[in-house]
Structure formats: structure tokens, C-alpha cells
Design a protein around this ligand. Sequence first.
Ligand code: NAD
Ligand code: AHE
Ligand code: ZN
Length: 375
Amino acid sequence: MRTRAAVALEAGKPLEVMEVNLEGPKAGEVMVEIKATGICHTDEFTLSGADPEGLFPSILGHEGAGVVVEVGPGVTSVKPGDHVIPLYTPECRQCASCLSGKTNLCTAIRATQGQGLMPDGTSRFSMLDGTPIFHYMGCSTFSNYTVLPEIAVAKVREDAPFDKICYIGCGVTTGIGAVINTAKVEIGAKAVVFGLGGIGLNVLQGLRLAGADMIIGVDLNDDKKPMAEHFGMTHFINPKNCDNVVQEIVNLTKTPFDQIGGADYSFDCTGNVKVMRDALECTHRGWGQSIIIGVAPAGAEISTRPFQLVTGRVWKGTAFGGARGRTDVPQIVDWYMNGKIEIDPMITHTLSLDDINKGFDLMHAGESIRSVVLY
Ligand code: NAD
Ligand code: AHE
Ligand code: ZN
């Protein structure tokens, strides 16, 4: 069949909206009509050419929601008509990683996913002249119809609005999950969030859910402050107005009883390796944990004095907030539908597929939190 898609033809160039060919689902695969997709900073990262795994031409997008329209042979867990959220972190429940109980990083199809291919080593997408187009993060939600492995879709309730729950496909789950699953933040904690964009705001609401007392937000853009306060930030620091962010945080977190100071937890939601260092070093001697969420460009490396770790600080990373997609995503959709978490205010712009490049422009200008494309 043919479908409309925004194709990344070359790094650093705007996406081109066009008709492409899409083959039907093979064994163990499903075809999904994408109803809405968010634009995450990671899509921009890959389009920019900074992603070592970036491939062109490809169909980007990994934050979608839609309806199953066709299933391939052997598919048992979903059927046409089911509402689903695509999962860039699948959950096969059979591989060594899934069975370990120690990680959400299912390894069943990671190798082919990183090569922009389906598990059988081929692509379902091609240009009208037959040139193959790569899949992206196993999702390719910047296409109106896409094909995914069965293990890479989470079935969700049918009364949940696609234009909001698409965000659970990445940003919401990543931010909240980093707090709940990765850091396991406890009531009364003091935490710092670096970068108050689409991920950072969800870390904030995760911290509020977990019962953190002091929630410090750090961002270069003052305009991010009101929304961050809405999501639970108690203190704001703009590094442009402060000589030493680490010292500022240490001072803020000191008490008469604890003159050492430092955050219990910090989260990098910028992808900047200098910020990652500050995020580690502002945590408390002896027990501070810093969680890296941001994705850094090819070749970037983190550094600190080993003494920071010798004295008890811990660096951790998280992908998809440590969430097991097929198990946890339906529950997060319930949290949204029951009012436990908020999504609507973060969706600052809705666009048509034809206008998808405006979503990237808004992100570059720091004017959006999430732009969502409606098909
Ligand atoms: P975003 O563009 O919406 O937000 C980034 C924010 O960081 C902006 O508010 C920006 O002003 C701020 N910022 C940039 N440089 C800064 C600095 N030096 N100091 C303080 N603030 C700074 O992006 P997003 O969608 O929230 O994504 C954030 C990062 O998380 C990206 O690197 C993205 O690739 C990554 N990400 C990782 C995962 C994961 O599973 N680990 C999932 C989603 C996104
Ligand atoms: N391809 C990049 C890494 C990109 C990356 O870290 N992706 C995150 C999700 S970001 C979502 O917005 C992730 O899930 N990583 C785990 C994985 O298996 O990809 C690179 O540096 O090569
Ligand atoms: Zn993302």
C-alpha cells in the first residue's frame, strides 16, 4: 500500500512529506495507523546528524499512538481495532534481559532496530522508485501507517485520546519512570532537574508523585519557569545568572543539621556532557545519585574526578525511564485518564503532517514543550 510520511532524506535538512510504499506485516508483525505523534528532542538529534546510529533516508518519529489495522501470521497479543502505543523499547518477555528482572532493555530485536530494519533484516518502507527507506527506533511514527513487531506495541484503553497519550510513547514515561523506576526517589527527597523541556517537566511531575520536598529546576531559558512551577518545581536557577550552579545547589540544600549540602537526586535532561558533570557534582556526598537521561552527540564523553564517586555519589542512566513497555505503558495511560498525572499543558502545539518541520523550528526556538502531529 501507499502512505504519507515525513521522510528524513539527509542529515541537517528539513523532512520531506511524500507518499511512500509500505509493505504489509510479516510474521510476528502488526500494521498500525498512527493517529498522532509527538516530536521528541531525540528525533531532532538524529535528524541533525549527531546520532551515531542515524541512517538516511529514514522515517523518524517514536512517540506515537494509533490503531492496529492488520496483523501478520502468528500474532496473538493484539488484533485489528486495538489501540496501541509503539514501543522503541520492546518487551518480548523471553530474552535474557527481560527474564533477568533487572532491566527494561529487551534485547530480542535491538540489533536490527539499530540498523533501521525489521527483525528479518529488511525494511517495509520504500520510495515510490523502490529505494528502501530505513525504519527509526523500530517505530517510524512520522508515517501515517507503519509496521512494527508485535512485541513493540503496548495495547491501551480505547477511551484515551491519541493526541495526548502519544506522549506516553516517550517523554512522559521517560521522565516519570526515571524518578520511580531508576532513581526510586523517596518521600521528602531533595532533587534537581537540569533542562525543563519535554522530559524535564515529566521528571518534575514524577518527583511530585514520589513526594519530593525540594525540587530545583535549572534551565538557560527563563520562559520555562512558569510551566516548571506548574509541574512542581520549588526553586529555579538560570545558569546565566549564577557564577557556580553546583555551589548554588549545595547552598540551597544545606540545613542547620547538615552543613555538607547537596541534592539526594539529580537528573540530566539536556544531553550536554558539561551539565551531566554538574548534575553529578551537585549531589550529596555519601549517597547522591545522578541520573543521565539526555542523549549526547557522537563522540561526546562524560568526565569527573573519580573522588566524586569514591565519596559515594552514583552515576546512573535510564532509557525509556526503565519502563517495561507492554506492562507499564497501559498503567501510565490509566494514570493520565484518572487524573494522577497531567499531559495536556505540555502539548503546546498541534500540527498537520505537512507542517511537521514547524515543530522542529519551535523546538529550536525554545518556544514549544511538545508539538504533536495529528494525522
Ligand atoms: P527539550 O528540547 O524539550 O528540552 C531541553 C531543555 O534543556 C530546554 O528547556 C533547554 O533550554 C534546556 N537546556 C539546554 N541546554 C542547557 C544547559 N546547558 N543548561 C540548562 N538547561 C539547558 O528536549 P527533551 O525532549 O526534553 O529531551 C531532553 C533530552 O533527553 C534530549 O537529549 C533527548 O534526546 C533525551 N531523551 C532521552 C530519553 C531516554 O530514554 N534516555 C528519552 C527521551 C529524550
Ligand atoms: N542511538 C544513540 C542513542 C540514542 C538513545 O540513547 N536512545 C535512548 C532513547 S531516547 C528516546 O527519546 C534509548 O532508548 N537508548 C537505549 C537503546 O537501546 O537505544 C547512540 O548514541 O547510538
Ligand atoms: Zn524520545
